[in-house]
Design a protein around this ligand. Structure first.
Ligand code: SF4
Length: 366
């Protein structure tokens, strides 16, 4: 059976990449890809061939804005129970995180799924607000839960976001000259590879939908290089064992029955058209923004500042490597995170710290 970590096959793919004889800058938009790239030393290996692989806006916790985090914090301060995935718990708002609110006696409950939050709502009489963070992979299950008519004391604060518009926003900025994009395999199992096609057409850039094992990523790099050498700019699928042209039609139908696309805010990118998922009017009984409209109106006009010195926005756009942030590993560590990229297991800074500690940060003049 083929192992997707087979060293001999990896060497053969690397030889094929070398044979292309070209340097490239490639972005991926997925925290799991970043973990594979750094954990297996692919970034170092490829850099020796003149190939840079950078993480873009691929970590859901990292791209959630301070304003969105503050909305969840405010609801918790106002006595609602905020149900949240564990990796969002410590994401910092302006002064607090949901973890510090909980330490001060606020009602914050860590859940492993949206179903957990519904179960809790059925057991308790409290108002439960599920903080709906995530991309196209998590939004369908939240939508399915809403279609299942959860109890009246349950609602969703949706900060769900869509990855293709954010990828397009990074390319439109042109901050770094990219030669190719590795598209996220799991998102593509839902949306389908066809969804990425307009990006290749608009920016004339090769894309490869890839899986998450080291051989998947190396193969994706080779396929991007091969497209460049052949003068092509299209979407190819390396992760063909899971990704179809139009993805999971049922999941998409459920997702868009409940949610509609709206202009959304992204940390590091600002407003991006049609990039967030908002609950449709038909299901507003479970929309925390509608249900607690009056409460949230109290903070609607506030200006929020990101943590001083934090360069999460630059990391999210791939403009800098995590270790280039002056706070990295100094004032910002996983036990004392300054920005969300150091909190989530999908965040570029947390991944860098986990596998390299200060090794690369020390060599970096900031
Ligand atoms: S090291 Fe910390 S402060 Fe700097 S970008 Fe990363 S998370 Fe933000």
């Amino acid at each position: 059976m083929l192992s997707l970590r087979d060293r001999r096959i990896a060497d053969k793919i690397v030889d094929k990449i070398k044979s292309l004889g070209m340097g490239m800058k490639i972005m991926h938009v997925c925290g799991t890809h970043q973990d594979t790239v750094v954990k297996h030393g692919l970034d170092t290996l490829l850099l020796k061939l003149g190939i840079e692989v950078r993480e873009g806006p691929g970590c859901p916790v990292c791209v959630t804005t301070t304003r969105e985090i503050e909305e969840a914090l405010y609801l918790a301060r106002k006595g609602k129970t905020v149900a949240v995935f564990g990796d969002m718990l410590r994401a910092p708002g302006e002064r607090d995180s949901l973890a510090t609110i909980r330490a001060k006696g606020g009602r914050v409950r860590v859940v492993y799924s949206v179903d957990d939050a519904v179960k809790y709502a059925k057991e308790k009489k409290e108002d439960i607000v599920f903080f709906g963070v995530g991309f196209e992979t998590t939004a369908p299950s939240v939508a399915a839960t809403i279609l299942d008519s959860p109890p009246d004391n349950f609602s969703v604060l949706s900060v769900h976001k869509l990855t293709p518009p954010a990828t397009e926003a990074v390319l439109a900025l042109g901050e770094i000259e990219l030669n190719g994009v590795i598209d996220p395999g799991h998102v593509s199992t839902v949306i389908g590879w066809k969804e990425w096609e307009p990006i290749s057409k608009k920016f004339k850039i090769p894309q490869v939908v890839a899986g998450f094992e080291p051989l998947d990523v190396l193969m994706a790099v080779y396929m991007i290089g091969r497209q460049i050498s052949e003068g092509r700019a299209e979407v190819e699928v390396e992760y063909s064992r899971a990704v179809k042209e139009y993805g999971n039609e049922r999941a998409k139908r459920i997702m868009y029955e409940v949610f509609e696309k709206k202009t959304g805010e992204w940390r590091g990118l600002g407003r991006v058209e049609e990039s967030s998922l908002s609950i449709r009017k038909k299901y507003e009984d479970w929309d925390a923004r509608k249900k607690y409209e009056d409460v949230l109106a109290e903070i609607a006009d506030r200006e929020y500042k990101d943590p001083p010195g934090c360069r999460c926005g630059d990391v999210i756009r791939g403009a800098i490597y995590p270790y280039e942030c002056p706070l990295f590993g100094r004032t910002c560590t996983p036990s004392h995170p300054v920005g969300p990229c150091m909190v989530s297991y999908e965040g570029g800074c947390a991944i860098e710290y986990k596998y390299h500690r200060m090794e690369r940060a020390k060599k970096c003049v900031v």
